[in-house]
Design a protein around this ligand. Structure first.
Ligand SMILES: [Zn+2]
Length: 249
């Protein structure tokens, strides 16, 4: 069985979500985790109820218009929320707004801690700062858990993040011809710490890359690729169990 741990399957991108979920079911994809990217998006996503969809609420690091506070998150929180995210740091798109990104990331970590929920972390060109912030909380003895979605960058730093207990999630990028670096990271990652995702509607994997709109059904190509790289007959079951464990499904 398969869980797509990062899929923006919402009304902004798809007209017929039910039929996508039917297709998913036929392929053994039993659950999609839908992260939020803004307060409004996080709130709206949750209105579409389906047993195969679980929701996270969060504010993406490129959304730097507003300093978040705890109440902003509490206002959109409900008991069915299973994670906080996507949150994190993105110095690639917003290189001059590190301060507000750091603040908003910490606010979301605090909220996740309070609600005892895992974090879905987006980090781009900011891996070292991401590690340092996470370490801050571990130093204080706080128990936080989560996943680095679309994991990429310095293998050593990723290894440190993994050693903190975080999972690394891989998507269609790992199937691209020019993505040897990601395949190297997958090789080095402990199978017990691997998750998979599509990041739909983005990052359509090979061999479907010509189709612009990615769908969660394409996670089968991500999984196939990881099976080839890891050469471990149990990898599908291990990844499935990792998803259940982290998100307490
Ligand atoms: Zn995303």
């Amino acid at each position: 069985m398969i869980i797509d741990t990062h899929s923006h399957t919402n009304k902004d991108y798809y007209d017929d979500i039910d039929s996508i979920l039917d297709e998913c079911k036929n392929l053994g994809i039993v659950k999609l985790i839908v992260p939020g990217t803004t307060l409004i998006d996080s709130k709206n996503n949750k209105k579409f109820k389906h047993p195969m969809l679980s929701y996270a609420i969060g504010v993406h690091p490129t959304e730097t218009q507003k300093i978040l506070n705890r109440k902003d998150l509490e206002d959109i929180y409900s008991n069915d929320v299973i994670a906080i995210g996507e949150c994190g740091l993105d110095y690639y798109y917003k290189p001059n707004e590190e301060d507000i990104q750091n603040k908003n990331f910490r606010t979301q970590i605090e909220f996740a801690k309070e609600k005892n929920l895992p974090l879905i972390v987006h980090t781009r060109e900011a891996l070292k700062d991401t590690l340092d912030i996470l370490k801050d909380y571990y130093k204080k003895g706080d128990s936080i858990s989560g996943v680095i979605h679309s994991a990429d960058g310095d293998i050593k730093i990723l290894e440190e993040i993994e050693n903190l207990g975080f999972y690394l999630s891989f998507n269609g990028i790992s199937t691209f011809k020019n993505a040897n670096h990601i395949r190297e990271i997958i090789k080095e990652t402990n199978p017990e710490k691997i998750l998979i995702e599509t990041d739909s509607p983005f990052l359509t994997p090979e061999p479907k890359r010509k189709e612009k709109l990615n769908k969660s059904t394409n996670i089968i190509y991500v999984l196939e690729n990881i099976k080839n790289i890891k050469n471990n007959p149990n990898i599908e079951d291990i990844i499935y169990k990792n998803s259940l464990d982290l998100f307490r499904l």
